[in-house]
Structures are given as structure tokens and as C-alpha cells.
Write a protein that binds this ligand. Structure first.
Ligand code: SF4
Ligand code: SF4
Length: 143
């Protein structure tokens, strides 16, 4: 059995399609949704554990998702918060689905708990100061 956690980023034009369900139908893959935030006609993300009888089946399923316009990344990437740049505006806490970014009161400081981060990258898109970033823990590609 081959199993791997991947992060899917859905552009608005495919967010309403039930593409993940087709992994089972078309490629006989099993999946477990660990975290997700998707709404119709808006971009979204999903953290998914995909299991397959072998690596080849996994690769075919991921290629199918990519061919549909979904960006597939792996949690070998990590999010970092640049404390020198952060203005503690709080914008990122409104989009963070796991509360990895949260406001500490009464100081009103925005804190980042890396252990809770699902690497959905929503904070990177939201931060007006570009204080949130992504770095690679290694160079492994998802297919
Ligand atoms: S959105 Fe950016 S600047 Fe604002 S609190 Fe979050 S990391 Fe800091
Ligand atoms: S990538 Fe950013 S928004 Fe997503 S879970 Fe991690 S800290 Fe929260």
C-alpha cells in the first residue's frame, strides 16, 4: 500500500466539480480528507491523504487532478512568518482554517503555531505585507 498526504489548490473554475471523488471511480484510490475549504466558484484548498495499491496508481490519480487544473503540492513545504515584516494587522487570522495564526490578547500580537499549519497557503495570498512565505524542506516532487 502506498500512501501520501497532498495539498490540492482549486482555482475558481473547477472548485464546484466533484473531481476528488473520481479518484476512487477512475483509479481505484482511497482518500481521506484531512482539511478543506472550498466554496462554489471561489478558489479553495483541500489536504488529502491518498492511498493506492502502488505508486503507479497514485501517480495516475495525481496526474488526473493536475490535468483538470488543480495545483498539487506536498507538505514537504513549510510556511514561515517573517516577524521583522509582520505588522500584526490580523488579516491572516481571518482566513487561516486551522487557527495556526491567531491573535494573542490583550497584546493583540498575531502568533503563528507551525504545528497547527496545514500549509494551505491562504495566508500568503492574504498578507498585505508579504510576511508569510513558503519554503521547501526538500525537493521531492508530487509526481
Ligand atoms: S496578514 Fe501578514 S502582516 Fe498581517 S498579521 Fe498576518 S502575517 Fe502579519
Ligand atoms: S498556510 Fe497559513 S492560512 Fe494555511 S493553515 Fe498555515 S498558517 Fe493557516
Amino acid at each position: 500500500m502506498y500512501s501520501k498526504i497532498v495539498i490540492l489548490h482549486f482555482p475558481p473554475e473547477v472548485a464546484q466539480n466533484a473531481l476528488v471523488c473520481q479518484l476512487t471511480k477512475k483509479f481505484d484510490l482511497m482518500f481521506n480528507i484531512l482539511s478543506a475549504k472550498i466554496s462554489s466558484r471561489k478558489e479553495g484548498y483541500m489536504v488529502l491523504e491518498i492511498s493506492s495499491a502502488n505508486r503507479s496508481g497514485f501517480n495516475k490519480g495525481v496526474k488526473f487532478l493536475k490535468d483538470q487544473g488543480i495545483k498539487v503540492s506536498s507538505p514537504e513545504h513549510e510556511i514561515f512568518k517573517d516577524e521583522e515584516i509582520c505588522t500584526h494587522c490580523g488579516a491572516c487570522t481571518a482566513v487561516c482554517p486551522t487557527e495556526a495564526l491567531h491573535i494573542q490578547r490583550p497584546e493583540m500580537q498575531v502568533l503563528f503555531d507551525k504545528e497547527k499549519c496545514s500549509v494551505c497557503e491562504l495566508c500568503i495570498l492574504t498578507c498585505p505585507s508579504r510576511a508569510m512565505g513558503l519554503f521547501s524542506k526538500n525537493t521531492e516532487e508530487v509526481v
